[in-house]
Design a protein around this ligand. Structure first.
Ligand SMILES: Nc1ncnc2c1ncn2[C@@H]1O[C@H](COP(=O)(O)OP(=O)(O)OP(=O)(O)O)[C@@H](O)[C@H]1O
Ligand SMILES: [Mg+2]
Length: 477
């Protein structure tokens, strides 16, 4: 078993037990152990003290001993992995035949290493089980859902977001929310968060389905795709109303978690935020029915813009919620750590400027690696906020979508040195009051404004990245 396979397997085991993924140093210990390195070698490679690495190693072996039901140490770990590999490959037929019982050959090791073939779960999740001993001790014994995640990107790292995960988990599992909008600017981590959420709560569902709306499918196409995932009790109707009621029946009969990602692709470009294109308008009725009809399932909508109807439904229906995803916070330090950047004392400053947006920080970290010898301090010496090519390309996708009036306001805000009130904006832009208010509301729905309350007054501003981008675009014109 190579070190990547070992890391995947151990990560899967530890996640199932603790709900947490392996940390970087734990990965270094495992990898070093497989490669026959001493603690002193691992400490030197990872930059930590030998005693700290030993402690981390010992905790890891203790946890693995608990999970596997036999004593694991640095000395026997490689041998145990080989044993797992032999058992797995002797039952490798399951790769071709998902219905073979994978628990039959577990002998004295109490796990079945499902993640040795990482993508297999997508195709035959319903039949994957772990050995009986493992199941008894595990939350996963509750349920093995049918997972339809083939369209979802794979997540490699996940940091922080524990409060957002708890909020979503409570809304879905405790409050039985039926419709949740997860909102945030591009790159803030909506897709990643929902995929992590699935890992944590999947055993509570019969079906979990992820679909992206990035190519703006019609409601009819989306319903057909969703209906095909369920056992066909009757033919899928040609009629859209019947399709909706067929789906609602399934949502009532089974507990399902459906994620529709990239919802903003159904909205008009160049119009007020959250307005559906004509051919997508009937999604509104569908979402309203999901919110109002009786069923035991939940639909999560990921979007860069808040749909207008969500705001209305939220106020009158307590099974509809929305969560705005913002700054990843100090979790973003781990992104900088992965890029092996230096000057840790300056990292918070960098994270602040780039709004804790994981994608913006990844782009910037790559630039720092390539052009600034990995030194964050050297990068921050530049007076201006620097926007890498990739970051500009990302922002270029946002701005053509906003209206002329919104652009006028954004350009004005980019020139302000301090947050300003509505009255101050009103004095500096030539817009009617209703245009001004509607445009501010729309920018708010797109999560493009920084808004703060002080002494019962609301102040608006642009974050440093958007500000620099707008100034730069204006200079270019
Ligand atoms: N909590 C996190 N931990 C580690 N990396 C993260 C986290 N959240 C996001 N990322 C990384 O940031 C990048 C953007 O995340 P993601 O695609 O989830 O954003 P998004 O909000 O869905 O963006 P979009 O609106 O473009 O779909 C990805 O590379 C992802 O790996
Ligand atoms: Mg996304």
């Amino acid at each position: 078993m190579n070190s990547t396979e070992v890391l995947e397997l151990v990560d899967d085991l530890i996640f199932a037990k603790t709900g947490k993924h392996l940390e970087d140093l734990q990965k270094d210990v495992l990898k070093g152990t497989i490669e026959g390195k001493t603690y002193s070698d691992i400490a030197e490679d990872s930059g930590f003290s030998e005693s700290h690495v030993k402690n981390v190693g010992q905790e890891l072996w203790n946890l693995l001993s608990l999970i596997l039901g036999e004593k694991i140490s640095k000395t026997n770990f490689k041998g145990i992995c080989e044993k797992i590999k032999r058992q797995n490959f002797s039952s490798a037929i399951i790769l071709g035949n998902c219905h073979t019982n994978p628990t039959a050959n577990t002998n004295n090791i109490n796990i079945f290493p499902v993640n040795i073939f990482p993508d297999r779960e997508r195709y035959c999740s319903a039949t994957l089980t772990r050995s009986p001993t493992y199941l008894e001790n595990s939350q996963e014994s509750k349920n093995q859902p049918q997972l339809y995640l083939a369209e979802a990107p794979k997540i490699f790292n996940f940091y922080d977001r524990s409060s957002e995960l708890t909020t979503l988990e409570n809304w879905i599992l405790k409050d039985s929310s039926r419709l949740i909008a997860l909102l945030g600017i591009s790159g803030i981590g909506k897709t990643t968060l929902t995929l992590q959420l699935i890992k944590q709560i999947k055993t509570n569902f019969n079906y979990i389905i992820y679909r992206s709306l990035r190519f703006s499918p019609t409601l009819d196409e989306t319903l057909t795709k969703l209906l095909k995932k369920f056992p066909q009790e009757a033919d899928i109707s040609q009629n859209i109303e019947t399709k909706i009621s067929q789906l609602l029946n399934y949502l009532n009969q089974y507990r399902c978690l459906i994620i529709l990602d990239d919802l903003q692709m159904l909205f008009c470009s160049g119009k007020i935020a959250g307005q559906y294109q004509t051919e997508s308008e009937n999604y509104q009725i569908f979402f309203q029915l999901i919110a109002e009809m009786n069923h035991q399932s939940c639909l999560i909508l990921n979007s860069r813009e808040k749909p207008i109807e969500i705001a209305q439904l939220e106020t009158k229906n307590n099974s509809v919620r929305s969560l705005i995803l913002s700054n990843l916070g100090l979790g973003a330090k781990q992104i900088l750590d992965n890029h092996k950047l230096s000057d840790e004392e300056t990292w918070e400053n960098l994270i602040d400027i780039y709004q804790g947006n994981p994608r913006w920080i990844e782009f910037t970290a790559t630039m720092i690696q390539e052009l600034f010898d990995s030194s964050v301090a050297k990068f921050l010496q530049w007076e201006k906020v620097i926007l890498s090519e990739s970051l500009v390309a990302e922002l270029d996708k946002i701005f053509p979508r906003i209206t002329q009036n919104e652009q006028t306001i954004i350009i004005q805000l980019a020139q302000e040195n301090q947050p300003v009130t509505l009255h101050q904006i009103d004095k500096t832009v030539e817009l009617s009051t209703s245009d001004l208010l509607n445009s501010i509301q729309s920018l708010k729905r797109r999560l493009l404004l920084d808004i703060k309350q002080e002494d019962k007054t609301t102040y608006f501003s642009l974050n440093p990245v958007l500000k620099q981008y707008v100034i730069w675009k204006e200079e270019e014109r």
